[in-house]
Design a protein around this ligand. Structure first.
Ligand code: MN
Length: 421
């Protein structure tokens, strides 16, 4: 005897949705009618309140504290460990597939995406930015230094990075003010220029979030590095190229970078990205033993950058996370080889992700070749760098065999600089 039919009450995501049943990312949201920050997932065009699901006892077999979803960040949830967080994700998937168990409750838990205010999903303890795309490092080395020796001798020996500023990382949708700063004197030996940056740029990056802490002095062996990675986000490492060029010797990036970075609101878990593993570029010369790995450690994730104004929307870059020369386990093994500790909520950004072709370059610096080849825009204007009023939008998604897992967007509008008093 067949079961009696159950009316479909769970709205199913469109095939083009970033938030399919295969994704189930984690985020933090509030609504205008209920401004408390709380944990959520995304399914199609809906945000699902995990605190309400927990209150309705949908996670009771999983046995974890009831207040873990009523926090303003996901740090406590992530701290439960991968075994628990994966079980929560699988449970949500089961329920969303099961009209009988969850259909009548969907409306209690779901909020239309357009009614949700999305917040920074984690408290970011520390933030490191790598420089792991060989095409980007080669392009920047050619533009800033010497095309014949674009890559410095250390570049193929270890993942190069620097420590950035975590407290100026903002969630997608937050407007960014054009920074003021010093830049190179017009004549050698002259006074530096000073004013709003004239060469404001984006950097197309992805970031990974640490899900397990180490103690100071402890290394993460490369074979265990994936256990420490909770999930990934889109990341725009805003960069003022004129400030950067004047300041970066001798100690590296500083005020040209730390005024703001934009992060997407959804953390996509490594479990959701599992079907999209691919091999990375061949590393030659061979790396030191602590950086040697086996298996597929890159991910096939399409990335796109759009410049949007009141008048037009133009795609300026199509790239892919799979181009990364150094993979995430190598970055983490290298970061901790000296005993540097990692903490839950630390963010590690990839560095600008450029491919081999000109349309895959992940910054305006490269796309306009430092302003020498401006990009034509649909309204007849052109862009060498980013103008006031431009919104830069980054998208990312992986798709294979009918399975789609996307990241939503990392978007930020550039506002005119505050004038000096
Ligand atoms: Mn960067």
């Amino acid at each position: 005897m067949s079961a009696s039919p159950v009316p479909e009450t769970i709205p199913r995501p469109a095939a083009s949705s970033d938030f399919s049943i295969h994704n189930i990312p984690f985020g933090i949201f509030s609504t205008n009618s209920d401004p408390r920050l709380r944990a959520c997932t995304a399914y199609g065009d809906y945000v699902i309140d995990l605190q309400v699901m927990h209150n309705l006892a949908f996670f009771k077999e999983l046995d974890f504290p009831v207040d873990v979803f009523s926090q303003s960040t996901l740090n406590d949830f992530i701290a439960l460990g991968k075994e628990k967080t994966s079980a929560v994700r699988r449970r949500i998937q089961e329920l969303l597939k099961d009209e009988r168990a969850f259909g009548l409750f969907f409306n209690y838990c779901a909020v239309p995406m357009e009614e949700a205010n999305l917040h920074l999903p984690i408290f970011i303890r520390d933030y490191t930015d790598f420089y792991s795309s060989i095409e980007h490092a080669t392009n920047v080395g050619s533009l800033f230094r010497d095309p014949k020796n674009a890559l410095l001798p250390n570049w193929k020996r270890m993942p190069i990075g620097y420590h950035g500023r975590s407290s100026s990382i903002v969630v997608s949708g937050t407007p960014i003010k054009r920074p003021y700063g010093q830049s190179r004197p017009l004549e050698e030996g002259g006074e530096p220029q000073f004013g709003p940056s004239k060469l404001l740029d984006f950097e197309l990056e992805m970031g990974f979030v640490i899900g397990k802490a180490t103690k100071l002095g402890q290394r993460i062996p490369i074979a265990q590095a994936e256990d420490y990675i909770f999930g990934m986000v889109l990341f725009n490492d805003w960069s003022a190229r004129d400030i950067q060029a004047w300041e970066y010797v001798p100690l590296g990036p500083f005020l040209g970078k730390n005024f703001a970075s934009t992060m997407s609101p959804w953390i996509v878990t490594m479990e959701a990205l599992e079907p999209f593993r691919v091999d990375g570029p061949v590393q030659e010369p061979a790396v030191l033993p602590y950086l040697q790995f086996s298996g597929r450690k890159n991910y096939d994730i399409h990335l796109e950058v759009i410049i949007k104004t009141d008048d037009f929307k133009a795609t300026v870059c199509n790239s892919n996370f799979k181009y990364m020369y150094w993979n995430m386990p190598q970055q983490l093994a290298h970061h901790t080889i000296n005993g540097c500790n990692v903490n839950i909520g630390d963010l590690y950004a990839s560095g600008t992700i450029s491919g081999k072709t000109k349309t895959s370059y992940g910054s305006m610096l490269e796309l306009s070749w430092r302003g020498s080849q401006p990009l034509p825009m649909p309204d007849g204007s052109e862009r060498k760098f980013i103008h006031d009023g431009d919104t830069v939008i980054m998208h990312g998604y992986a798709e294979k065999d009918g399975i789609r897992v996307g990241f939503g967007e990392a978007s930020g509008k550039i506002l005119a600089a505050d004038p000096m008093a």
